[in-house]
Design a protein around this ligand. Structure first.
Ligand SMILES: [Fe+2]
Length: 333
């Protein structure tokens, strides 16, 4: 996402009037998000922004002396990796427990989801009917031979999706699915979700899997040619008749060695407030994690309500090693 390190603010303080925030997010609405926290609490936010994996590496190198109070990143699978590295301390907060649905937070309070994304199926409207791609399972059918584009299986979004498939189908059937999809690929996996969507729009392949916000970005793009590509694509929330569409989160946790622990907990609670939920979700065309907060995003409104997978997102991380093994065995790359 962001490849350079941006440091705003100055030194680390221990009087709980500052918060050192490590974040892989970088959106326009973030300015208002952080300013409002400072206005409400008097706590200044020092931001360190970097790409997701660079940020985790940085904390690892800093060890016990890390000034980080809170880590904000995307995908439960990545939060799970940070958890495995011992980054977080558990937070007990009645407010967070009441606001954030149980399936969007780590059960012992190590991290919490603050916005929601869905990994759905995108298709070329000229070549495919929505009903043909109503389930993830359908993409393994032989009729799609040479018609699918997919990004790499090492990508965290695909690892987390497989984590959900393993939970719902069991390892053997999940592997059969991966094998089927892999043998239907139009080309070797390359690029990100946006590249797959553009290939679908251009007719290089007919169907892909993508997070909804990449689709929303195309439709809301300031560039007419990108909007045109978006118009050629249909988007389905799969498995509405079974376990529901795969959902994941952007989230945050309080660091084990946080110098400003109290401020850190306050910040997580602030992120669950109505106003912060809107900023946090809308910066990236995501849904607020707090159910009572409704989105006003035009594309998300157009996509409508849908059945979410009820699986606790912490399971996606726990299944990640198994997911990687399956992808390796079928050589999805
Ligand atoms: Fe993304």
């Amino acid at each position: 996402m962001v490849s350079v390190l941006l440091v705003s603010g100055t030194a680390v303080a221990h009087d709980n009037k500052v918060l050192n925030l490590y974040s892989s997010r970088h959106y326009q609405t973030d300015e208002a998000l952080y300013n409002n926290f400072t206005k409400a609490t008097g706590i200044k936010v020092n931001r360190i922004e970097a790409g997701e994996d660079a940020l985790i590496e940085r904390v690892r190198n800093e060890g016990e002396r890390s000034p980080a109070d809170v880590l904000v990143t995307v995908d439960a699978g990545r939060l799970w990796r940070a958890e495995q590295l011992g980054f977080f301390q558990p937070v007990k907060s009645a407010l967070l427990d009441a606001r954030i649905p149980a399936s969007y937070r780590e059960p012992s309070g190590l991290w919490y989801g603050f916005s929601l994304r869905a990994r759905g199926i995108a298709y070329n409207k000229v070549k495919v009917q929505a009903a043909e791609v109503a389930t993830y399972e359908s993409l393994a059918e032989p009729k799609w031979k040479g018609r699918l584009c997919m990004r790499s299986s090492t990508n965290i979004y695909n690892l987390s999706l497989m984590g959900a498939m393993i939970d719902h189908l069991g390892e053997a059937k999940a592997e059969q699915w991966a094998q089927g999809v892999k043998s239907n690929l139009a080309r070797a996996p390359k690029g990100g979700d946006t590249d797959q969507l553009k290939s679908v729009a251009a007719g290089e392949c007919d169907v892909t899997i993508s997070n909804q916000y990449y689709y929303a970005r195309l439709l809301r793009s300031g560039k007419p040619d990108e909007r045109e590509l978006g118009e050629k694509i249909g988007f389905v929330f799969p498995n509405q008749g079974s376990w529901g569409a795969h959902v994941n989160i952007s989230g945050a946790g309080v660091m084990k060695h946080a110098p400003n622990r109290e401020a850190a907990v306050k910040f997580l609670e602030y992120l669950a407030s109505d106003a912060a939920q809107r900023y946090f979700a809308e910066g990236n065309n995501e849904w607020p994690a707090v159910r009572s907060v409704k989105t006003s995003n035009p594309v998300l409104t157009m996509l409508g309500e849908f059945k979410h997978d009820a699986l606790n997102v912490a399971t996606l991380g726990r299944n990640q090693p198994g997911a990687q093994k399956i992808y390796d065995r079928v050589a999805w790359k």
